[in-house]
Structure formats: C-alpha cells, structure tokens
Write a protein that binds this ligand. Sequence first.
Ligand code: NOJ
Ligand code: CA
Length: 714
Amino acid sequence: MRHYLITVTLSALLMVGVSGCSNSSPKEATQSQGQTENAQPSATTKAVSEIDTTGISSPDGKTVVTLTARNGQLRYGVKRGDEEVLRPSRLGLRFLEGQGFDEDLIITNVATASRDEIWEQPWGEQRVMRDDHNETALTVQSKGSGQVMVVRVRAFDDGIGFRYEVGRQEGLTNVTITDEITGFNIDPQSTAWWIPSRKYNRYEYLYRKTPVVDMPIVHTPVTIVADTGTHISIHEAALVNYSGMSLEQNRDGDLEADLAPRPEGHKVVLQTPFVTPWRTIQISDDAKGLVNSSLILNLNEPNKLGDTSYFKPGKYAGIWWHQHIREVTWGSDVIHGATTERTKRLMDFAAKYDFDGVLVEGWNIGWDGDWFNNGDVFSFTETYPDFDIEAVSAYGKQIGVQLIGHHETSGNLTNYETQLEDALDLYQSTGMSVIKSGYVADGGDLKWIGDDGVARYGFHDGQRAVEHHLHVVKRAHEHGIAMNPHEPVKDTGLRRTYPNWVSREGARGQEFNAWGIPPNGPNHVPNLIFTRMLSGPMDYTPGAFNLRPNELPDVHPDLPRNDPRSRIEHTLAKELSLYVMIYSPIQMVMDLPEHYEARRDAFQFIVDVPADWERSVALDGAVGEFAVIARQERGGADWYLGALTNETAREVDIDLRFLGEGEFEAQIYRDGPEADYETNPYDLVITSQRVTQTDQLSFNLGRSGGVAIRFKKL
Ligand code: NOJ
Ligand code: CA
C-alpha cells in the first residue's frame, strides 16, 4: 500500500516567483525514489543559490502554502481557494549558542515528495486511516554561520503541518532554544474558543469564546472560525523531547509560539540532530470537518513499541466518584474508600454487566493529610492495611474483572520515577494492564530533583514533563501496562507511536460536577468536542445517573457533601450520549451501582455501547452549540449515534445514509417532551423502531439535552 514519491527541484528558476507553488502538483512532476521518512536533501540534490518563494498544495489542490525568504526572514502563508487563512507568518528558532535560525536566512534548496498510504490503528475511533499528503522540505541557511536547518511542510486535504529539523553540524551539538518564533497570523476579529495557558489549573478551564484579539496566552488546540465560516484548529503533533507550545498574541491577530519555559527560563535544551514537533493547522469548511480530520495522527510516527495487544479497550467502574462526592475518603481519616470489601463488591457489579475493570483510588499509603501538596510521601507499593491487593486481584481473576491501577503523584516526578519499576512490578504481578496516573499540582509546580540534588519546578507541558510521560509510557510497556494520565501533558497524537498511551484527562472532566463552582455547564461538552477532543482521547468519565449528588444526605458528620451548586447540568439522555460523543478507548461507568440499578432501563445503553470503533463520522455540529456523531463498532455490524446540545433546546435531523446496507433496530434513548437540564433532567423516553439507510430521524433535544442510539443490525 505504501507509495512515496520524492522529487528534487534542480533549478531555482522553477521555484522563483509565486507561481512556483502551484504550477505543478508534485505527484505529476515526480519520479519515484522509494520510501523515505526523512527526505533530507541528499547528495543528488544540487545546492542552488537563493530561492525567494516556493510552495506546496494539498492533494485536492484547495490549500496552498507559500513560503518566502525575504530580507533574511522566512515566512509562510496559507490560502484555501481564494481565502487567506493565514497571513504571511514568521518561521524560525532562536538559539543561545551561535546565530540560530531567525534572521539572515536564505532558502538554498527545495525537495518535494508525496505520499498516499493506508495504515491501521490497533484500537481507536477509526481502524483504517489514510495519510495522503504532499511535502516540501526547504533547506534554510543562516548566511552568517553557514549552518542549515530543514523546514518540512506537509499539506493534506484537512490541513497542514510543518516542523524544523536541525542536523548535526559544526558548531551545533548542544543547543539551547531560547525562543521559537513560529507565527500564526490571522484575522483578529475571527471567533476563537480557547482556554488560558500558564495558569494554576493547567488545562482544566471552561472554554471561552471571544474574538481572537481578546485572547490571552492560550493552550492548543485552539479553534478559530473566520467570518467566511472557515474553521481552523491550531495545535501540534508528536511533542517529544521539546516543550509544549502555547500561543501568545504579539500584535492583534499575530499569534506566536510560546514554549513552556524550563526552570532556568530557556525553552528547550537538546542535542543535534533533532526535529521539533509538527505545528499543525487543521482547516475545514465547517465544524464537523475538524472532528473528521486525521491530520494529527498522520503526522505522528508509526508504532515503535510493537505488540501492545495486552491493552484491550473497554469500560470500567471504580472507587472514584465515591471520594469526589464525599461518600468515602482517599485517606484513612474518615471512611477509607479503598477497602478489599468495597473493591470486591464493585467487581461483582462490573462482572454482572460485563465491564472490564475496576479502578481503585486511595489504596496506597500517602493520602492522609493534605495529599494535594504531599507528593513526597506517596508510596506506590505499600497498601493501606484494609486493602489486600493480592486478594482483590485473585477475586477479579475468578470473575473476569481486572483491577485498574492508580498512581497519584501530586506532581512529584522524582518520587514517582524512583519507585516506578517496583510500582510497575507490583501491578504487573496482579495481572493488571491499565494504570490511571495523576499529577495534581498547580501549573508551574511540577517538582523534580535535579542531578545536583536541588528541587526544580516546571509546567505540566514543559520539556521535563514531556520527557517524564514518555519515560513512564515506555517503562509501562515493558510491563505490559497501558497509561491513562490525569493532569497530563496535552495529547499530540503519540498514541500512534506508543499505542499503550491510551487516554488522558487534560481538560475539565466529570469531577468538576462533584465540587466545581461553577460545574461544567451545558456548553462545556459541545466546546470540548471541537477543541480538546481534536487532540485525542479523553478520560472524561461519563455516565452520571444521579445528576444532583450533593443533595444526597451526608453519610458521616465529618464528611459533609459539597456545595449543591456543583451538579451535572445535563439531561440523562445527554449523559448517555457522552459514550459516543467523547472518544476514549477506556470509558468509565462512573456513578454508584445503586444509581444505575435504579434506572436499569437507561443503563442498558451503557451496558451495550462499545469502546472501540471501526469508523467514526461527525455528521453535524457547531462549535460550542451542538454535535452529532456516529460510530460503527469494531468487530461488529452495529452503529451507535450520539447527539447533544448546549443550553438551547433544538431539533436535530439525522440522515441514516451512514448505516449502509441492511436493516437495523434503532434502540433510541432520547429526551422526553419535558426534558430540561434544570427543571426535568430525568425525562427520558426509550423507544425502538426498524430503520434502513434511506430513513431520516428527527429529535427534539431539551435544554442541555441529547439522544443516544444503538442501531442493532438485524
Ligand atoms: C484528579 C483526577 O482528575 C481525579 O480523577 C482523581 O480522582 C484525583 N486527581 C485524585 O487522584
Ligand atoms: Ca483532574
């Protein structure tokens, strides 16, 4: 299936002038030279004198990237048809040592290539993936130093990606990046959906919708809609050995990469040869196109771990919500939650409904006292006396339910790293294959001890954190274990390369509905779907059946419930739809068993819905307002569909063409006529009807309502 074409432009003349970017599609103009992942200009490439302008277009010809080097400055701009999506924006890196690659630059060579390749995900929202792109690699020289770097640009039908590549060369061995000057120059009046960066709560903020000009420094992915309706998402792919990129606004609309600083203030320290993460811009005519894009995964490297079949997608219950709504405690101070007894009961519940695992939080020594600020004292091998890890895992084995591990670090990387092997050994010996980890610490307060024995502090997306996560993922793989970090570094598609990095948090999840003021609110999930979810799976932990848990009576005088303003501002049907709307290969069934047993009818949807998909398609939506997504079960013929809305009630019309051949029984869980997240969230109607692909369905979603459907193939 692999098909890779490389061409080297031999004459500067061909490329000079704007027409150079569109006068020929590389596919037509090239000769095959076999596969090459790193199309570095080779010996066959003739170094040419200065090239002023060059470019590249997407396979469908719609998106054109133009690259220029004028007055020593390198810029790129992006057009889609006649529309200027990105105005000319700077490219470059500043180094502490030598001249770097920000000024005084010339393009000395251009090599083009293209690829159209099919690849498969071992698990995912889509099994078969297509990577179809054109590529151009510019050799850029610093006139003063003679040093060179390559800027590699790939254009896909769903957007573009580019990165910097710096080879080993004289005077460039150890490199300190003081600044990356990559710009994203857009119309300041476009509408943006964003969360702030470098704040204490990491990625856990409600999304704001403002004109671009009103954005502070923001995290990516950030979603921006132009007044023409063109949607873009700016993010990055393959964040390895580098610092995470936020975006700062220099002048109105002139966004610039702002890398998370290291403790000493520089951005990245590394050695040549290196490549930076890809800077990505997904481009679509509409909101659903962003969700259907596979650009981020296509820009990541293929699987480097080999067999990760120890990880199986699935659903899990847990001793988790119990702590958040103050039924029990993590520590042993009031009512210790993680007991052998309670775990076995939850395992019985999981086995009864064929769920795969049970997460247990608070099983290990270190939770007593102020665990938020206590990362130094966590043990990852010592259990509380009332939790018998051997007994529960043996019990789980008997009834076919796995223990899911939990490692809360409270942001102390060194304390975790020094215990990691022992911790993984212990969990591996129980037969466990997934660990949820946690990095509860304020932004900028991740802690580690340097080689000199002195404590350092950094951001959750700084270079040290990036290295830490990959280290843990690789070590976990050696133990046959998959990772699901909370308070993580953001996702940049590394699950393709490291398929045991299965999910993560990295946004406000369900927990905020237990104690957050305000809670997540009606438009949070419609925001997430078109922002955070573009980066990869999220362990949101859906499935609340008691939507007002803080109105339950206290279970202990020393454990009063949280403020009742914290609650789930969804209808029950919307909560069910989350299993389709928010993709994760491990989905929590987060509420207490008794709340599910009380609504056995509605619970059936959660029992049925899978966590692994053959294909997924976003059918409709508007950022922050509503979304409709359909997914086909992997290894089965059934389809599932979810739709949800923000605080506005609306009708959604669904064309069933996606079903393909055959007849289906549509088992529908929809908002009833009175459904409203404030006044009647439990008004749910469950019906069933026969449908085929020629049918249309139409639903009235209540305020913050939804619908969840299983299409069972007949
Ligand atoms: C924050 C995580 O997001 C949550 O799921 C977990 O229960 C707590 N930390 C404790 O580790
Ligand atoms: Ca969290």
